[in-house]
Design a protein around this ligand. Structure first.
Ligand code: PEP
Ligand code: MN
Length: 342
């Protein structure tokens, strides 16, 4: 259910509507728009008695939201959500006219490794650095990440190179720490339906980058984002990272058609990860170009200066010089679409 307020509704009237909703044992989500504020209602199992709400001062009407996802839906908010990430070198936005670029290794392996790559990522012009301190690996014998020590290295990267940090939380325990160190909390493909983690991320005060599960439908993907938003964190960035298919020329099939599909259904920004999407270094640049062309709000790529010795995802990590090339090409393609890079 959505309570649409008049364009001249006062703060007080909006607050009164929220209080009435909460008094019914439901949750109110004020959603400011360009023209007017709407108040989303969640927590109801059946129909809501709208009579009392509809007659409140400042209310235009109550509209039922037919989609299973509510807060994520464009029905609830027509204009794009812009997720703002403050970094030491200025704000990076997702969902506006500028395309955001995130580069860095799959995993933080050592201070030296992270510093070497961060310097190149910064010099290439990016302002967000990725790198996992907690790695969800298929094998328990594979490198699992440096954990809190990795987060401390990321904090040093942030301070030394002025880069904002995107890093993954794999469970509620790691999220507590990641929230302290990161500028953006990544939730990985394997955890897209870890509902307790999604709810915990909904209480975080940092933006969440939510990756699509490797076999998730679009509805499932959007419902996962709904979990985060329903707990009160509206700063969600969706990320397409490829889905499992029968192909054997790539690790996954990068579903670029999901970008316009998401944009039709949701106001949330969507970025593309061509590294996990293809699993092959030689396909990362072409698919990055395609991602910008299809209208993605950002690109997240793995970069390593010595991929042959990377502790994870070396075969899909591009070299720093390729990352520079990627940024140049992305900028040119974005310009054709009236966009810039940020
Ligand atoms: C990653 O970003 O390194 C990662 C593990 O990604 P995904 O969850 O998409 O597999
Ligand atoms: Mn990886």
């Amino acid at each position: 259910m959505l309570v649409v307020m008049q364009s001249h509704a006062t703060e007080e009237q909006i607050r009164a509507v929220c209080e009435r909703i909460e008094a019914l044992g439901l949750r109110a989500h004020p959603i400011p728009g360009a023209a007017r504020t709407a108040v989303g209602i969640t927590g109801n199992s059946g129909e809501i008695e709208t009579g009392t709400l509809e007659s409140m001062p400042g209310v235009i009407e109550c509209i039922p939201v037919s989609k299973p996802y509510k807060l994520v839906s464009r029905d609830v908010k027509e204009e794009n959500t812009i997720v703002r990430v403050p970094t030491p070198s200025g704000e990076v936005t997702f969902g506006g006219t500028a395309v955001a670029i995130v580069g860095g290794p799959c995993a933080v392996e050592s201070r030296e490794q992270a510093f070497t790559i961060a310097e190149r990522v910064r010099d290439a012009g990016a302002r967000l650095f990725r790198g996992g301190a907690y790695k969800p690996r298929t094998s328990p014998y594979s490198f699992q990440g440096l954990c809190e020590q990795g987060l401390q290295i990321l904090a040093e990267v942030r301070a030394k190179f002025g880069l904002g940090i995107v890093t993954e939380a794999i469970d509620n325990e790691s999220l507590e720490l990641v929230e302290k160190y990161a500028d953006v909390i990544q939730i990985g493909a394997r955890n897209m339906q870890n509902f307790s983690l999604l709810k915990r991320a909904g209480h975080a005060r940092k933006p969440v980058l939510l990756k699509r599960g490797m076999s998730a439908t679009l509805d499932e993907f959007l419902m996962a984002a709904e979990y985060v938003m329903s707990e009160g964190n509206y700063q969600v960035i969706l990320c397409e990272r490829g889905v499992r298919t029968f192909t054997d020329h790539t690790r996954n099939t990068l579903d670029l058609s999901v970008v316009p599909a998401v944009q039709r259904r949701s106001h949330l920004p969507i970025v593309v990860d061509p590294s996990h999407g293809t699993g092959r270094r030689n396909k990362v640049l072409p698919l990055s170009r395609a991602a910008v062309a299809v209208g993605a709000d950002g690109i997240l790529v793995e970069v390593h200066h010595d991929p042959a010795h990377a502790l994870s995802d070396g075969p899909q990590s591009i070299l720093p010089e390729e990352f520079e090339q990627l940024i140049g090409e992305a900028r040119s393609i974005a310009a054709v679409l009236g966009r810039t890079l940020n």
